[in-house]
Write a protein that binds this ligand. Structure first.
Ligand code: DX5
Length: 233
């Protein structure tokens, strides 16, 4: 398992100065930047298109990932890869042919990811793990930042960790939603190794770099206590 990766969502950013916001995240030592793409149908919110991400790309020294919370990801995947997203995450709930969709992301030169809403069982991705580079277990119902962390998802994170480890697959296990300096320990102990934080990181009193460092320390400590974060009780 890799060292914990801290990946901010730009949802809370000031979009009037997005380039500067991206530069500030890079200066804070983040590992990647996540773009929450919402179509107003799959989730009741509407956010950024590929042109916004392409404009931000030249301000970043770290990779971009696109979290597609959309009803028709197949149509949009090429545009977000062309906009500069190295990793594209689709929702299992939005894919009729998930195996084909994940393979297509890779064929287009991206790394593939699949997200599961809180209610979606881990078994839904069991047969596509060889096609994916990242599994995202949502710890809120997608659509908005600033929501409460759903700890009931932790057993699913542990189940996903076991599925990945039993086949020795090189897959990142990401959690997204309500991740703070308090909740990150439970997610890390359950087996997650990539952590999305938006509102907590943006509102951290000591600034983003201190927030990133604190999240990384808390995740590392929690994994140490739980036996490398493999969901060991
Ligand atoms: C929900 C979004 C949020 C965001 C992080 O659709 O995906 O989870 O990235 O939001 P916070 O960290 O504010 O819960």
């Amino acid at each position: 398992m890799t060292r914990p990766l801290i990946v901010p969502s730009v949802l809370p950013a000031d979009f009037a100065v997005l380039g500067a916001e991206v530069e500030a995240l890079c200066d804070a030592g983040v590992d990647r930047i996540q773009w929450d793409v919402m179509d107003g149908v799959f989730v009741p919110n509407l956010t950024m298109g590929p042109d916004v991400i392409a404009a931000a790309r030249r301000h970043s020294t770290v990779p971009f990932e696109a979290h597609l919370m959309v009803v028709d990801p197949d149509e949009l995947i090429p545009r977000y890869i062309d906009a500069g997203c190295d990793l594209v995450i689709v929702h299992v709930e939005a894919c009729t042919h998930l195996h084909r969709t994940l393979a297509r992301i890779r064929d287009l030169g991206g790394r593939s990811g699949v997200a599961l809403n809180p209610h979606t069982p881990a078994a839904m991705v069991r047969h596509v793990l060889e096609e994916t580079d990242l599994v995202l277990a949502m710890t809120v119902n997608p659509g908005f930042g600033g929501q409460q962390y759903i700890a009931a998802v932790e057993p699913k994170v542990t189940e996903l960790r076991a599925m990945i480890d039993e086949r020795s697959l090189s897959i990142e296990l990401e959690v997204d939603g309500g991740i703070t300096d308090e909740t990150i320990a439970g997610a890390a102990a359950a087996g997650a190794d990539v952590f999305i934080s938006g509102s907590w990181l943006y509102s951290h009193a000591d600034g983003k770099r201190a927030g990133v460092d604190l999240l990384r320390r808390r995740a590392t400590a929690a994994r140490g206590r739980s036996g490398e974060g493999r969901g060991v009780a």
